[in-house]
Design a binder for this molecule. Structure first.
Ligand SMILES: [Zn+2]
Length: 408
């Protein structure tokens, strides 16, 4: 039986202009045609048609950075330090359902214990629980006592880091996560200093590539960003450009930004976190100083102008970053980076799929690809806030939300 989505317009995720009065035809989980909503002759009577007047068909969202066993509550740190793996597992099952219910049809988890990450991924694939297509790193790799050691693999030397990568590969990791600097979530770690020398990161990249895996590296300190870029890390996370000296705040290096663009390294600036924290009344201090959000956005805009590719990670599970918050990412991109809504949509779909190495499968609405699509009310190409109003969700051809009714 065919499934047909009909709406006032369709945005395919490639960045081309929306198509008016469109219909997306889906069969056996894949897109078989994109046609005019008014020209559906030849469609058999048993076709299942879902229509949204005034709405837009677009690719499902790609959330590039979750921690599905973290609580996203103010006490997220206490939770991760005290809860059992069984509770983590239940949190994760809830998290993936929540994410899918908000229109996220692909999610990359960048750090959860292996005994949580891999069973949840398998349970989704086996149809036991609802969730997006899940790509998991499993335990992040960090130094002894380093950032996120409480759910990471501690590895200090080149040999230990390479072995840790091989272990993650063996368990089914689809991406490797490494903590190249300290992080705010782990008290006492230094966000303004690297955790690994460049030689270690180079060996990590070499071994990951041998196994056909890519590496995402958490980096706040500029020294850490520099190490990652030199080592050829595939995806920089946060990329905060923090100076070694807390008094100095940021230490942005445009030459390194040029190198990021030239090497084609994707950057996940987790840029909605600040807005979510302010919205929910939390004052955030990083590395001993209050950071100026305006300066941060100025730096990111400069990186964008130099040709750096941004992907859309939330860091969901961290304090105030909830699993249904995805829509704030493209919204902040438009509001603060001053890029166009269409550019923000492409980051949220096509570019993120490319970073994951799954652009042949998903990320855009094109014939032959998986049917990962949403219908939103209004026109997000004009007003990006429309992405908050998800009316219908289809993941790999399965309807999980239908004209406002959640079916999972
Ligand atoms: Zn994170």
């Amino acid at each position: 039986m065919k499934l047909v989505l009909k709406a006032d317009r369709l945005i395919d995720g490639t960045g081309t202009d929306p198509v008016s009065d469109a219909a997306l035809i889906i069969e056996d989980g894949r897109i078989t045609d994109i046609t005019s909503r008014n020209n559906l002759a030849g469609l058999s009577d048993d076709s299942d048609v879902i229509e949204l007047n005034g709405g837009t068909i677009m690719p499902g969202f790609i959330e590039m950075h979750s921690h599905m066993h973290c609580s996203a509550e103010t006490d997220a740190y206490q939770h991760i330090m005290t809860e059992s793996d069984q509770v983590f597992l239940m949190r994760a099952v809830g998290a993936v359902r929540t994410a899918l219910s908000s229109g996220v049809t692909t999610m990359r988890d960048l750090g959860a214990r292996n005994q949580v990450a891999f069973p949840v991924k398998k349970a989704i694939e086996d149809g036991i629980i609802p969730g997006p297509r899940l790509i998991v790193a499993g335990t992040p790799i960090t130094t002894t006592g380093g950032h996120c050691n409480m759910f990471g693999t501690e590895a200090d030397t080149v040999e230990e880091v390479v072995t840790a990568i091989r272990n993650q590969f063996k368990q089914g990791a689809g991406y490797i996560k490494i903590m190249s600097t300290g992080g705010g979530f782990t008290p006492g770690t230094n966000v303004r200093a690297p955790q690994y020398p460049v030689e270690t990161l180079k060996s990590a990249v070499k071994d990951a590539e041998r196994l056909n895996l890519r590496i995402a590296a958490h980096c706040h300190a500029t020294a850490g960003v520099r190490n990652c870029v030199e080592a050829g890390i595939h995806n920089l996370i946060h990329c905060s450009w923090l100076a070694e000296d807390p008094e100095q705040g940021y230490d942005y290096d445009p030459d390194v930004a040029d190198a990021i663009a030239e090497k084609g390294i994707w950057v996940d600036p987790t840029l909605a976190l600040g807005r979510l924290n302010r919205m929910r009344g939390r004052v955030r201090v990083a590395g001993g100083t209050m950071l100026d959000p305006a300066r941060r956005f100025e730096i990111l805009r400069d990186m964008w102008d130099r040709g750096v590719k941004f992907v859309t990670g939330m860091d969901s599970g961290m304090i105030n970053a909830r699993f249904d918050d995805f829509a704030y990412i493209p919204e902040v991109m438009v509001d603060e980076l001053r890029i166009s809504p269409m550019e923000a949509i492409v980051c949220s779909t096509k570019t993120s799929a490319e970073c994951l190495g799954i652009a042949e499968e998903t990320g855009t609405l094109e014939v032959g690809k998986a049917a990962d699509a949403v219908m939103v009310k209004g026109n997000p190409a004009e007003d990006i806030k429309a992405i908050h109003e998800v009316d219908t969700i289809v993941t790999q051809g399965r309807v999980v939300k239908r004209n406002g009714d959640l079916l999972i």
